[in-house]
Design a protein around this ligand. Structure first.
Ligand code: GLN
Length: 537
């Protein structure tokens, strides 16, 4: 039996209140007080994981070290806590039902009728406790996706109710996040939606211990008292979460409100340490007071929903702070880049990043963007599909293989410089079957990549099916694009660079997933440095 304590975070009134950021901020404060903390996200949808989801649905699919395709909130958890998450940190209804149904097929329920209660709720509780039972964490924070009152959320709320009962109030607490809207016409903050939302939670047998109230205006002590009275909590347990200039302000805002203190008190924990947030505040200080500015073009096909590139834009913020530089993103839809307008659309940028992606929509625009960066000596960063497009562009326009392409977009390409990995040839299922998670890479000493990492041995996370076709390696290298990073076991090309260019790096992996506040990613740091240099020209 471990002594892990459990904090549940539920949400009411509306979605998008920032439960993930509140959970991550609380975890950060508890970490600063010396506790070992992790955060888990329960997603009430029926997909097994978000790997098969279009980014327009819930934004980016985040990938963990162990190769789990997960909700983008796990990215926030890692960026705040600077510790890796894993498959156990993200559970979906699909995954819960899949395990229960698999057990049923094996006859493990011994003839019983399989039901939501107890079988689904038992599986949910088991998944919640997996992290606690590793013995690695003093506190596990579990964020319940969706909004209280949704049909999908019911089994989760019921599982929380059972866990509160089983583990007792010293070991479990519920933080309920709601919205306190401001009615301009009345000139007032309104508490009724929060009252209703808490009532809804209580109908499921769960009373919140702490209310975190999202608001655009300061919540007065009077309103706090009113909320406390009607929602059955102490006034000190009503915490305001006022709109912030950046998500990275939230840990400080929660510290000012004493969220960590009330949580520890309720969990009967104490610590001699006070959160100092030293490195964090140093990052914030530089982020908020930049001395320089650069503009980076981000080329992708999901730019209507910027959350599709969450980890990339956060990595820009981390790297920007390192150089006291504000990184402005010029969002460019790859489909809007045509042979006639690409030069105009890209004019004046200090760097170009071609984003990851799948399928052939907008491919020509991505290739044009690479060409522009290469020909005009603009720092270029290609990630996954972006790296593959860089190889194609180089093969076409420098090597002269006019019909060079990827077999992802053109099955019968005459010069398939990017082709399907051998291990993928017999794969028919879409979900969870890509080359995923952390793989080693050996970096050439004489390269931009080595200069950035200062190491020959790195490990980065992947999510792809296609690869650099090594049949073309010799020709491509002879023409001036070098493979400066390769998988030490398979020889698979992980990094390409153009040597006679100020900064041209394409990576088959996703460096953005590993950038955190405490450890901005070296390649992003170096890319922004190159963009800064370009901007001074
Ligand atoms: N579609 C490409 C592949 O599967 C690139 C994937 C990506 O950008 N994540 O290889």
């Amino acid at each position: 039996m471990s002594n892990t304590k459990y904090v549940f975070v539920t949400g009411g009134v509306t979605s998008s209140l920032g439960k993930g950021i509140i959970a991550a901020s609380l975890a950060k404060l508890l970490q600063e007080r010396g506790f070992s903390v992790t955060i888990q996200k329960l997603d009430p949808y029926i997909n097994i994981d978000p790997g098969t989801l279009n980014p327009y649905e819930h934004g980016e699919c985040y990938v963990t070290e162990d190769g789990a395709e997960t909700d983008l909130d796990l990215g926030h958890y890692e960026r705040y806590l600077n510790i890796p998450t894993s498959q156990a940190n993200n559970v979906t209804t699909g995954r819960i039902y899949q395990s229960v149904i698999n057990k049923e097929r094996k006859g493990e329920f011994l003839g019983k009728t399989v039901q939501v209660i107890p079988h689904i709720t038992d599986e949910i509780k088991r998944r919640i406790q997996i992290l606690g039972e590793t013995g690695d964490y003093d506190i596990v924070i579990t964020e319940i996706g969706g909004t209280v009152g949704d049909i999908e959320s019911l089994p989760y709320v019921e599982s929380v109710r059972q866990m509160l009962w089983e583990k007792g109030e010293d070991n479990t607490i519920v933080i309920h996040l709601t919205l306190v809207p401001y009615l301009a016409a009345a000139g007032e903050l309104k508490t009724k939606p929060t009252q209703h939302s808490v009532k809804m939670l209580m109908q499921s047998g769960v009373s919140p211990d702490i209310l975190v109230c999202r608001t655009e205006h300061e919540i007065s002590d009077d309103i706090k008292r009113k909320l406390a009275l009607f929602c059955n909590v102490k006034t000190e347990d009503v915490i305001q979460s006022i709109d912030a200039e950046t998500i990275y302000d939230v840990p400080n805002l929660m510290l000012d409100q004493g969220l960590d203190e009330v949580v520890l008190k309720k969990l009967q924990l104490s610590s001699p340490l006070k959160p100092e947030l030293k490195v964090w505040n140093n990052f914030l200080q530089k982020h908020k007071n930049p001395k320089h500015e650069v503009e980076i073009a981000l080329i992708g096909k999901y730019i209507e929903l910027q959350d599709s590139y969450k980890s990339i834009t956060e990595a820009f913020i981390h790297a920007g702070s390192t150089h006291e530089t504000k990184v402005n993103v010029r969002w460019i839809h790859s489909e809007s880049l045509t042979p006639d307008n690409f030069a105009k659309q890209l004019e004046g940028v200090n760097g170009i990043l071609v984003a990851p992606g799948f399928g052939d929509r907008g491919i020509d625009g991505k290739i044009k963007a690479v060409q522009y960066a290469r020909e005009n000596n603009i720092p270029f960063f290609g990630i996954c599909l972006g790296m593959q497009m860089a190889v194609i562009e180089f093969s076409k326009n420098v090597l002269g293989l006019k019909d060079a392409f990827s077999t992802e977009m053109k099955k019968d390409a005459v010069n398939p410089v990017i082709n399907l990995m051998e291990s993928q040839e017999n794969v028919t299922e879409k979900g969870g079957t890509m080359r995923l998670g952390a793989w080693d890479c050996k970096v050439e000493k004489d390269s931009k990549t080595y200069n950035a990492y200062k190491s020959e041995n790195i490990s980065e996370r992947h999510r792809h099916r296609y690869e650099f076709n090594n049949d073309y390696l010799k020709q491509i290298e002879a023409a001036g694009m070098k493979a400066t990073g390769t998988n030490p076991k398979t020889g698979l090309v992980e990094v390409v660079e153009i040597t006679n260019h100020p900064w041209f790096v394409g990576v088959q992996y996703h460096p953005e997933y590993k950038s955190t506040v405490l450890k901005p990613h070296p390649l992003f740091v170096d890319f922004i440095k190159a963009a800064l240099k370009q901007s001074k020209k």
